[in-house]
Design a protein around this ligand. Structure first.
Ligand code: TRP
Length: 335
């Protein structure tokens, strides 16, 4: 892996039994082609996954399932470093240093914190500092681009601010990263409530399609997708969010353009569109399901991939953290 290739880092939380179409199309799918020509680090962020309360055994299982799905989706251990965040202690260590240059008011403005905290009886300090840990994930690897969904834009902005602030205060240490957000799929919406983004924390899972979901259930959810009272199949996210969402999903998974699909379904009605989209989703997710299961049936092989990825991650992260500790004036311990 040549050192001169641009660094890419992204992360996903192991907080569900499966990724859903929003995670997959909005972020994970972009990770695969970036493996060519870039030095890619992809991280299952288990430290982030304990910010809202969790079950230990469930977390452990979901961490493996998340990694298995990423491999099934096309991450190639020979071309990327796939690792688990808690295997690399530097994430928590850098997060502490960054938290000391983050303003309390600045952190208080994070809208994702406000949204998540509003749904909790007693939100944790960890949930509050979550974006700072995310900044550490990115800055440790000197990543210049971060492929994420639209909802992560504010966290990326904070990361850039912290990198610039640290560099100005303690000397050039961090690369200032750019978000990498693919417009077309940046926001997949809930099938049952097409004004809300598809989210695992939605009140009902009726509009959330998991990539590991069985075909019958996928078909049922797509057939019940909320559209509008019209009949016209037209891409118009403003006035026809439901129909537009179906077109986006179908276009991305089939590799056809939205215009082509509009033309193909012209005059056929929503029922036909839904049947067709359901088949496209079933066909696209079947191999993901199969390959994920293959990795899960072989946990030894999976854990070895993660061990190799985290060894490489610790090497890079260790170098950055040493620079940071030196820059902020920590006394080096005697060897
Ligand atoms: N907050 C991100 C999300 O919920 C996950 C994440 C954690 C992440 N650390 C990251 C994404 C670093 C990109 C880079 O989607």
């Amino acid at each position: 892996m040549a050192a001169d290739r641009t660094r890419i880092l992204s992360g996903i939380q192991p907080t569900a039994d499966s990724f859903h179409l929003g995670n997959y199309l909005g972020a994970v799918r972009q990770w695969v082609p970036l493996q060519d020509g870039h030095d890619t680090f992809y991280c299952v962020v288990d430290l982030h996954a304990i910010t809202m309360g969790h079950e230990p055994d469930v977390l452990r299982a979901r961490t493996r399932t998340a990694a298995a799905q990423l491999l099934a989706a096309g991450l190639d251990p020979a071309r990327c470093s796939l690792f688990v965040q808690s295997h690399v202690p530097q994430h928590a260590e850098l997060a502490w240093v960054l938290s000391c240059i983050t303003g309390f008011g600045e952190a208080s403005r994070m809208t994702q914190f406000k949204d998540k905290a509003a749904k909790q009886a007693n939100p944790s300090v960890g949930l509050f500092t979550y974006p700072i840990l995310q900044a550490a994930d990115i800055l440790l690897y000197q990543a210049s681009a971060v492929p994420v969904g639209e909802d992560q834009r504010q966290h990326l902005e904070l990361t850039r601010d912290l990198a610039q602030r640290f560099n100005a205060r303690f000397g050039e240490t961090f690369v200032v990263p750019e978000p990498y957000i693919v417009k077309e799929t940046a926001k997949i919406v809930d099938l049952a409530d097409p004004v809300a983004k598809m989210s695992k924390s939605a009140d009902s899972q009726a509009g959330v399609v998991d990539i590991l979901e069985d075909p019958a259930s996928i078909r049922k959810k797509i057939k019940r997708a909320v559209t509008d009272t019209g009949t016209e199949i037209r891409f118009d996210p403003e006035n026809k969010p439901g129909v537009s969402n179906l077109l986006t999903i179908a276009a991305t998974l089939s590799g056809r353009s939205v215009a082509e699909l509009e033309a193909a379904y012209d005059g056929k009605g929503y029922g036909a569109l839904k049947t067709e989209v359901a088949e496209i989703v079933v066909e696209a997710t079947a191999p993901l399901r199969e390959r994920t299961q293959e990795w899960l049936d072989n946990p030894d092989r999976l854990d070895k991939v993660l061990a190799a990825g985290s060894a490489r991650a610790r090497e890079v992260a260790g170098r950055t953290l040493a620079d940071v500790y030196d820059a902020v004036g920590f006394l080096l311990p005697r060897p």
